[in-house]
Write a protein that binds this ligand. Structure first.
Ligand SMILES: Cc1cc2nc3c(=O)[nH]c(=O)nc-3n(C[C@H](O)[C@H](O)[C@H](O)COP(=O)(O)O)c2cc1C
Length: 438
C-alpha cells in the first residue's frame, strides 16, 4: 500500500550510535565506530528503509572524568562532514546531516564545506547547528576558550545568516556575485568559490532546548532535533515551537520536529521488555553506574559499591570533576530525588541509575512499536523520529526489516523515495532561491 492521503506522514532519520551513553560496546555484535564499513552499513540500512536522513552528532573534545577520558569516549570519533562525503558515494537518496558547532567554526569555511557536500551528494546535505559554549571544548579553538553563554545563539543566528548570504551569492543562473557581511560577530567580504548547490541552501537542523534555542529554530531551522520523546513532553514542546513560527511568517509544516528516540523490538511485547531491561543493564554497567553517580555528585565515589546504597554525602555543586559534558542544573535536587526513589524501592546505586536515566522510548513487538510511533505523530507529539540504535553498526537492521513495512501498511510512511533531495523527503520547498525565505 502506498501513503494514505490525509494521514500525517512519519519522517525517519538514523543517528549513528558512536560516542554517547546509549551504545553498548560490550555486545559481541558491536563493531568499530570509526571504520568506514560501520558508517556504510548503517547508512545503507537507513536508505533501504527509505529514511529521510542519516545523522552524525559531534563532540569536539572527548569528555573527561576525574582527569581521564570518560570510559564511553575512549573509542574516539572522526570528523562528520568528511564521513558524510564518503557516504555520499555509496548512497543515492539518503539525506546526510552533520552536527557542526557555530561557536567554534567560521561561516566562510563551513558554508564552503556544506555546499561541497550538497554538490557531491546531489542535494542531500544538512547542517545541525549546535551552540556549545563551554570553555573546556573551546580550549581547542579559542584563546581563553570561552564564549559567553548568552552570546551563543546571537553568534549562531548571525553565523547562519552569513552562511546563507554566501550560498545566495551565486544566482540560480550560475553567476557569482561578491558578498559583504558586516555584523557584530562577523565582518567578511569577498567571493564565495562554490557554485549554487542543488538544494540552494543545505537543510538546517537545530538542537538545543532553551527559549533562545527554540526561537532560533522557529526563525531559521527546517528540522528540530529534540530530547522531548515522551508523548506528553513531545506535545508540549511541539505546540510551543510550532506556535513560534507565525512570528517569522512561517507555516507549521515548514519546520519538522523530530525527537531522538531509542527502541527495543521482540517477537512479543514481553520478550521486548525483557530484552530492554537487559540492554539497560549493559548500558549501565557497574563501572558506568559509578561514573553516572559521580557525574551528579561531582565527587570521587569510586570506593562505593555499585550494588550498595547511594552515598550519604551531598553533591558538590561547584565541582569540575566532569569536563565536556553539561552537568545537571540542580545536582542537589537530583540527588534528593534519587535518594527518595532508591529508599522507596530499595534500589542499589546501579539500579537507581538504570531507573532514572535513559529508559528506552519504544519497547514492544514490531506491531506495538509501529502503532506507538504512528500515535505520537498523529497526535502532534512529533513529525517523526531520529532513531538512536544501541548497536554499531547493525542496530537499525531489525527496525528497517520489521517496523518500516508495518508503517507502510498503515499508510503513514513512504514506499519509495519520490524526490532526490533531502528537502523533498522532508516536504520542504526546493530548491530555495535567493529571497525565498528569511
Ligand atoms: C537532542 C540534542 C542533541 C544535541 N546534539 C549535540 C551534538 O551532537 N553536539 C553538540 O556539541 N551539542 C549537541 N547538543 C547541544 C546543543 O546544541 C546546545 O549546545 C545545548 O543544548 C545548549 O543549548 P540550549 O541551552 O539551547 O539547550 C544537542 C542538544 C540536543 C537537545
Amino acid at each position: 500500500m502506498s501513503t494514505v492521503p490525509g494521514r500525517k506522514q512519519i519522517h525517519l532519520a538514523a543517528h549513528f550510535p558512536g560516542v554517547n551513553s546509549t551504545t553498548v560496546w560490550a555486545d559481541p555484535r558491536s563493531g568499530s565506530q570509526i571504520d568506514f564499513s560501520s558508517f556504510e552499513h548503517l547508512a545503507r540500512t537507513a536508505e533501504r528503509g527509505l529514511f529521510d536522513f542519516f545523522f552524525l552528532a559531534e563532540g569536539l573534545r572527548l569528555r573527561e572524568h576525574a582527569g581521564r577520558i570518560h570510559d564511553l569516549d575512549v573509542v574516539g570519533r572522526p570528523e562528520s562532514i568528511t564521513v558524510l562525503n564518503a557516504l555520499a558515494a555509496v548512497t543515492d537518496r539518503l539525506g546526510l546531516a552533520a552536527t557542526v558547532n557555530a561557536t567554534f567554526n567560521e561561516p566562510y569555511e563551513l558554508a564552503r564545506r556544506l555546499a561541497s557536500l550538497d554538490h557531491l551528494s546531489a542535494g542531500r546535505a544538512a547542517w545541525n547547528v549546535v551552540t556549545s559554549s563551554d570553555a573546556f571544548t573551546g580550549e581547542n579553538f579559542r584563546r581563553g576558550g570561552y564564549l559567553d553563554r548568552a552570546e551563543r545563539y546571537t553568534r549562531a543566528a548571525e553565523f547562519l545568516a552569513t552562511a546563507r548570504e554566501l550560498w545566495d551569492s551565486w544566482t540560480p543562473d550560475g553567476e557569482q556575485r561578491p558578498f559583504a557581511h558586516d555584523g557584530p560577530q562577523f565582518r567578511i567580504e569577498g567571493g564565495f568559490p562554490v557554485p549554487r548547490s542543488p538544494q540552494g541552501r543545505p537543510v538546517v537542523i537545530q538542537a538545543g532546548d532553551s527559549a533562545e534555542g527554540r526561537e532560533f529554530a522557529a526563525s531559521a531551522a527546517d528540522v528540530v532535533f529534540t530530547r522531548h520523546s515522551t508523548p506528553e513532553a513531545g506535545r508540549e514542546f511541539y505546540a510551543d515551537v510550532k506556535g513560534r513560527l507565525a512570528r517569522y511568517g512561517r507555516d507549521p509544516g515548514d519546520l519538522k520536529i523530530m525527537p531522538g528516540v531509542t527502541y527495543v523490538l521482540g517477537d512479543t511485547d514481553a520478550e521486548a521488555q525483557e530484552a530492554a531491561a537487559e540492554i539497560r543493564r549493559q548500558q549501565v554497567s557497574p563501572q558506568n553506574a559509578i561514573l553516572a553517580l559521580e557525574q551528579v555528585w561531582g565527587r570521587d565515589l569510586s570506593g562505593h559499591d555499585p550494588d550498595g546504597p547511594l552515598p550519604d554525602i551531598d553533591p558538590d555543586p561547584e565541582s569540575a570533576l566532569v569536563q565536556g559534558r553539561v552537568r545537571v542544573a540542580d545536582p542537589v535536587g537530583v540527588a534528593r530525588k534519587w535518594r527518595v526513589l532508591s529508599e522507596a524501592k530499595g534500589l542499589s546505586i546501579r539500579q537507581t541509575v538504570i531507573e532514572t536515566t535513559g529508559r528506552q522510548s519504544f519497547v514492544g513487538s514490531p506491531a506495538t512499536v509501529a502503532a506507538a510511533l504512528e500515535e505520537c505523530v498523529a497526535t502532534d507529539a512529533a513529525d517523526g523520529f531520529v532513531l538512536v540504535p544501541h548497536l554499531t553498526p547493525g542496530g537499525l537492521d531489525d527496525f528497517v526489516d520489521q517496523v518500516v513495512p508495518l508503517l507502510q501498511e498503515r499508510g503513514v510512511f513512504r514506499t519509495e523515495y519520490t524526490g532526490t533531495t533531502l528537502r523533498s523527503h522532508l516536504g520542504l520547498p526546493e530548491p530555495v532561491g535567493k529571497g525565498d525565505t528569511p
